[in-house]
Design a protein around this ligand. Structure first.
Ligand SMILES: C[S@@+](CC[C@H](N)C(=O)[O-])C[C@H]1O[C@@H](n2cnc3c(N)ncnc32)[C@H](O)[C@@H]1O
Length: 243
């Protein structure tokens, strides 16, 4: 079954998210994580700066991370997004505001991309992976690993089984496979949502070095009070020898 983007093509959804994303508290839902996780990764503390020259924002939505990365971190950013409406919105943003970097906005999605192996040294995949059934989630995780350069970093946010909506989904939604529901997610549009356990994420991202995997409560924004996993993981410089 294909990863669904049902709901994200909806004009109302696009309107709500792109307009609301201009509100300060909506934005601050994302920025503390970036400050806490990405900036320390970027500044190694020895007057050195880690280079994240080419970044992928996988499932970029309305571009809030893509443009943030372009402003603060990466010279080249690729925003990959399947929703026509969001792609259109991102293309309307005036890139002149974002310094000398380049941004490529591509309509497409996980798990199948045409990027080269190891093309990116930073990948952000934030609130995207949950929109699918496990077979596609597995393929998407494999694709993210393939696209990451040795030494590159993956920053991933996704729903936890401790999210308040997990209980609601169990009551009101339809469980189409273990942990995956259609409907029951308050404020969304009937798309598919998978709620992850720690073990599932560790299994999916085997082969990467998981530096941090923690549950966080979203403090502001549309998802206020929701518990999400926040993970960053590095691709080893050399693959582990098989024992
Ligand atoms: C909750 S939004 C998050 C957007 C963005 N990452 C952010 O945090 O602002 C989820 C996004 O994932 C996109 N999406 C859904 N399925 C996808 C897939 N298979 N590959 C890439 N993006 C996908 C949707 O179109 C939507 O824009």
């Amino acid at each position: 079954m294909a990863v669904t983007t049902k709901g994200w093509e909806d004009k109302g959804a696009v309107e709500k998210f792109t307009t609301r994303s201009q509100e300060p508290d909506f934005w601050s839902g994302v920025e503390p994580f970036i400050q806490k996780v990405l900036i320390p990764l970027y500044n190694t503390g020895k007057n050195e700066r880690r280079e994240f020259n080419r970044a992928l924002d996988a499932g970029a939505g309305w571009g809030r991370h893509s443009f943030y990365l372009l402003r603060k971190i990466s010279k080249e950013v690729v925003a990959l997004e399947p929703s026509e409406e969001f792609v259109k919105r991102m293309r309307e943003i005036d890139k002149k505001e974002y310094g000398g970097g380049s941004i490529e906005i591509i309509k497409g999605g996980l798990p199948k991309t045409s990027f080269k192996n190891g093309e990116f040294n930073l990948i952000v995949c934030w609130d995207v992976l949950a929109h699918g059934t496990m077979d596609k989630i597995k393929d998407s995780a494999e694709e993210l690993k393939r696209l990451l350069a040795p030494g590159g970093v993956l920053v991933l946010g996704t729903l936890s089984t401790n999210h308040k909506n997990f209980k609601i989904a169990r009551k009101k939604g339809k469980e189409i496979e273990k942990g995956t529901f259609v409907g029951g997610f308050e404020g969304e549009w009937g798309g598919t949502h998978h709620y992850f356990t720690r073990e599932e994420l560790e299994e999916l991202f085997k082969g990467l070095r998981i530096v941090r995997l923690e549950e966080e409560i979203r403090e502001t924004g549309y998802n206020k009070g929701g518990i999400h996993w926040a993970m960053y993981a590095e691709k080893p410089l050399k693959p582990k020898a098989l024992s």
